[in-house]
Design a protein around this ligand. Structure first.
Ligand code: DOR
Ligand code: ZN
Ligand code: ZN
Length: 421
């Protein structure tokens, strides 16, 4: 089977390619990139669109096993395909937790059977995510994990975390860190400041994040672990990442679309769809995150796709769970809020949503050079439309972006040569 993608603007950071051309795919592999190819069994006209390596999301919650009323591997992976993603890493805070080979195998097998995209499980740092006893990373790695993380919380015992980091460093497994000092949260639900005061709820200060960012960087420095900081939301996180990189620490950092698309100024109510962890921060923090992205201090854009049921999110903001869905809004939010002068370029967008995530994982993806697997996204960055949660493939509808006018529509998603959207 020969598939030809014609007339698209091919953006491939691995070869610094940015040109309007044609891409020929044969047997799931990129066979040739040339303006001269015209024939194939199937042709996709990508005129006016960008053609990029399939997007890679380092941070999603598919709630499978155990919490499938929120999402499951099939619906989550369908949402990923709908959003332009060809590979996603699913976090281990499921029921049971991904802390042994058996659960990893369950995810790998179900994904093989039901998922249109690549689903890579992330193993937990401690057994049951209780924070006491480290998992057997060697066993988890053999079963198929791509990284370890305690996402949803931090491992508060630094001794336990250091032991896990040492093991991860030895085995070459990245550590994805959710940075939150649980002893400082004290019932906080949104950012500490004007809005927490107005709505009469407890606030989450920047130090809740910053203290653990600092600790985790120091532990990575000491152990030699590869540290990836999840969902950075504060100005000082950016400063610390910059300094750590200058110091030679193996650290990368991600920012989620909601943290650069919205600040606390945009919280028009105390609806629980504005509740996520870390919370929406001030305009000053948002500006620092955008500057960090534009200067490539912040390497990755990931979603923290966190589906919850409508009933759960209808609860008062103090009681509803943290998190919003992200897979089907990441492209339009990035195009709308970052793709402008003084922010980031198209090349940087592709780096942060595909090329860099692949590098963090150390996998041969995020690259559509000749000979590589044909995982591809085709995006019309000029298309304007309105976000409509009813078009989502995710079971989750929990987002504050419903009804918002945006630019940037995913036209097609191709996984190993198969058109999945
Ligand atoms: O908002 C969040 N939701 N942050 C997290 O760290 C966990 C996640 C979830 O699992 O719902
Ligand atoms: Zn988290
Ligand atoms: Zn998360």
């Amino acid at each position: 089977m020969k598939l030809l993608i014609k007339n698209g603007r091919v953006i491939n950071p691995a070869e610094k390619r940015d040109e309007v051309t044609n891409v020929l795919i044969e047997d799931g592999i990129v066979k040739e990139i040339s303006k001269d190819i015209t024939e194939a069994d199937k042709v996709i006209d990508a005129k006016g669109c960008i053609v990029t390596p399939g997007l890679i999301d380092l941070h999603v919650h598919f709630r499978d096993p155990g919490l499938t009323y929120k999402e499951d591997i099939e619906t989550g992976a369908n949402a990923a395909a709908n959003g332009g993603y060809t590979t996603v890493c699913c976090m281990p805070n499921t029921k049971p937790v991904v802390d042994c080979a058996e659960v990893v195998k369950y995810i790998v097998d179900k994904a093989k059977e039901k998922a249109p995209v690549n689903v890579l499980p992330v193993g937990s740092v401690t057994k049951g995510m209780i924070g006491k006893e480290v998992t057997d990373i060697e066993e988890l790695k053999a079963a198929g994990i791509c990284a370890i993380s305690e996402d949803g919380k931090s491992v508060m015992d630094s001794g336990v975390y250091r032991e896990a980091m040492k093991n991860a460093a030895k085995l070459g497994v990245p550590v994805m860190a959710h940075c939150e000092d649980i002893n400082l949260v004290q019932g906080g639900v949104i950012n500490l400041g004007e809005k927490s005061e107005r709505y009469g709820v407890k606030g989450i200060s920047n130090a809740v994040e910053d203290i653990i960012v600092a600790r985790d960087i120091l532990l990575a420095k000491e152990t030699g672990a590869t540290l990836h900081l999840c969902h950075c939301s504060t100005k000082d996180s950016v400063t610390m990442v910059k300094e750590a990189k200058e110091d030679g620490v193996k650290v990368t950092a991600e920012v989620c679309p909601h943290h650069f698309a919205m600040s606390t100024d945009d919280m028009t109510s105390d609806d629980a769809n504005f509740k996520m962890n870390p919370p929406l921060r001030t305009r000053e923090d948002v500006d620092a995150l955008i500057k960090g992205l534009s200067e490539d201090i912040m390497d990755v854009i990931s979603t923290d796709h966190a589906p919850h049921s409508a009933e759960e999110k209808a609860r008062p903001i103090t009681e509803a769970p943290f998190g919003i869905v992200g897979l089907e809004t990441a492209v339009p939010l990035t195009v709308t809020y970052l793709l402008k002068p003084g922010h980031i370029t198209l090349m940087q967008m592709v780096e942060k949503m595909s090329y860099n995530p692949a590098k963090v994982l150390g996998i041969e993806k995020g690259d559509i050079s000749v000979g590589k697997v044909a995982d591809i996204a085709i995006i019309d960055v000029n298309k304007e439309y309105t976000v409509d949660v009813n078009t989502f493939k995710s079971k989750g509808r929990n987002t504050p972006f419903d009804g918002m006018k945006v630019f940037g529509e995913v036209k097609h998603t191709i996984v190993a040569g198969n058109v999945v959207k």
